[in-house]
Ligand binder design. Structure first.
Ligand code: SAH
Ligand code: SF4
Ligand code: F3S
Length: 467
């Protein structure tokens, strides 16, 4: 009899990628995807530990699932709760104590062992217990990538592909080096094989993923390693791959070869997420980011020289320990100079075990809130200006999903803006073609003219298809 699994994903895109892989590991063992926890035999929470709020969400979700598990047990139904991801890695043993309803805890490097863990959980339950206790948060030598099966079909023409995992940088605020472990790069061959498989299944756009993606140094198969610029070249050669993105990059690893890729490789999109965190040299040093604001500006200048239409995004932390008003003004100044097309900003959240959490110079909560509000107002203003400047431009949009209204499809511009294309408007009908069913355009690159902009999305009118 088939069983059902429901996965709830928190955190970054690497978790999204991993969640899909966990489902693939389970499919040969008789599992199908459930639409809700209610109909699932196994619920996996793929968790994030990056900020306190993210980690807290997990415990409240476990509380809800516990009730569901009890109700199901009353009806003679078995349900297993598994916690995966970065909270599992960071506080797995503690979680086992604190949340007895959790059956399984597994860290990000052990997903290929999930079927075996489920077997031992079932054996424990066979002894009459209502919960089992299985914990696996090791960093095994054999990497999960060697064992994880490939996706058989894809729900979108734009997919993520993890090429690098872990981080050796140890920024003073960050848990990632502890939850994901040391840097590891997959081989060029493994990445190209997976990308080729994706292309054969209709994938057009690939985002190469890593916590520190531009630190990539994968085995080239000839005893030499390849850097990210070279890897992008190899992926761009795959038939059917028209767009390549990568995330997240660290300014220190933005080498000249990678910068040139934005000029020389057509498929390399003119958009880059290059987090800076702060515009103050004092804070950058305290954060252990290992670069100055001037060095960041130099990288941006080089990138814009290589690709003048490049759009940039970033992450910011406000209220890092010791941040003064003047430090914060430096961040505002940096934002005004760079002008990001979009950005993410957060209040500093002390994380257990990281050096900055122990600092005595913590910034009061109200100061953090006030700074965040000011920064976000400025970032939103720049985003709106960037979107407004898109009006009148022609862009290639990869249509990825249906819109809210019938006849609408939503895709992404080269600059990662969401663009709504309305096919029900007769002006959008293609010359010489009989009333095409608009869903045929799903997964296709189309040329549109941008006619309107909002804070979150643009509206485009169809010009002609590219394929
Ligand atoms: N590897 C990426 C960042 C990954 S974490 C990089 O080096 O830029 C994603 C973002 O979460 C970070 O860029 C940072 O802005 C934010 N973040 C990480 N730890 C945080 C903390 N303790 N408090 C608040 N924000 C944090
Ligand atoms: Fe965290 Fe810094 Fe590594 Fe990014 S580079 S994952 S912020 S330690
Ligand atoms: Fe969160 Fe782990 Fe990603 S802490 S941001 S899920 S690497």
């Amino acid at each position: 009899m088939s069983k059902k699994v429901f996965v709830k994903t928190y955190g970054c895109q690497m978790n999204v990628y991993d969640s899909n892989r966990m489902v693939n590991v389970l499919k040969p063992h008789g599992y199908e995807v459930a639409e809700s926890p209610e109909e699932a035999d196994l619920v996996i929470l793929n968790t994030c530990h990056i900020r306190e709020k993210a980690a807290e969400k997990v415990y409240s979700e476990i509380g809800r699932l516990k009730k569901l598990k009890i109700n199901k047990a009353k009806n003679g139904q078995d349900m297993y709760i598994a916690v995966a991801g970065c909270v599992a890695q960071a506080e797995g043993a503690e979680m086992m104590q604190r949340a007895p309803a959790v059956d399984l805890v597994l860290g990000p490097q052990t997903y290929h062992r999930l079927p075996a863990m489920l077997n031992s959980a079932a054996e424990q339950r066979a002894g009459g217990r209502t919960s089992s206790r299985v914990l696996d948060t090791e960093f095994p030598i054999d990497t999960k990538f060697d064992h994880l099966p490939k996706e058989s079909d894809f729900d979108s023409p734009a997919q993520f592909l993890t090429i690098q995992e872990g981080c050796d940088k140890f920024c003073a605020f960050c848990v990632v080096p502890y939850t994901r472990g040391a840097e590891y790069s997959r081989s060029v061959e493994a990445v190209v094989e997976e990308a080729t498989h994706m292309a054969a299944k209709g994938v057009v756009e690939i985002t190469l993923l890593g916590q520190n993606v531009n630190a990539y140094h994968g085995d080239g198969g000839d005893g030499e390693t390849r850097n990210l610029g070279e890897l992008i070249g190899a992926v761009a050669d795959i038939e059917g791959i028209e767009r390549i993105r990568y995330t997240t990059s660290h300014p220190r690893d933005m080498d000249d070869e990678l910068i040139s890729a934005h000029k020389d490789i057509d498929a390399c999109m003119p958009y880059l997420h290059l987090p800076v965190q702060s515009g103050s040299d004092t804070i950058l040093a305290a954060m252990n980011r290992k670069h100055t604001r001037e060095e960041y500006f130099t990288i941006i200048d080089k990138l814009r020289a290589a690709r003048p239409d490049l759009a940039l995004s970033s992450d910011f932390i406000v209220g890092f320990p010791g941040e003064t008003d003047a430090d914060f003004e430096d961040t505002m100044d940096l934002v005004r100079r760079v002008k990001y097309s979009q950005a993410y900003s957060f209040k500093y959240s002390p994380r257990p075990g990281t050096p900055a959490a122990a600092a005595e110079t913590q910034v009061p909560e109200d100061v953090k809130s006030e700074r965040l509000a000011r920064l976000q107002t400025l970032l939103e203003q720049h985003q709106a200006e960037f979107n407004e400047a898109s009006i009148g431009l022609e862009m290639d949009i990869l249509l990825e999903r249906e819109g809210k209204m019938k006849g609408q499809l939503i895709g992404r511009s080269p600059y990662l803006q969401a663009v709504v294309v309305d096919f029900s408007d007769s002006d959008n009908a293609l010359d010489g073609e009989a009333d095409p069913s608009y869903t045929d355009f799903m997964g296709k690159l189309v040329r549109v003219k941008i006619v309107a902009s909002g804070q979150r999305s643009l509206t485009g009118e169809l010009m002609k298809t590219l394929h």
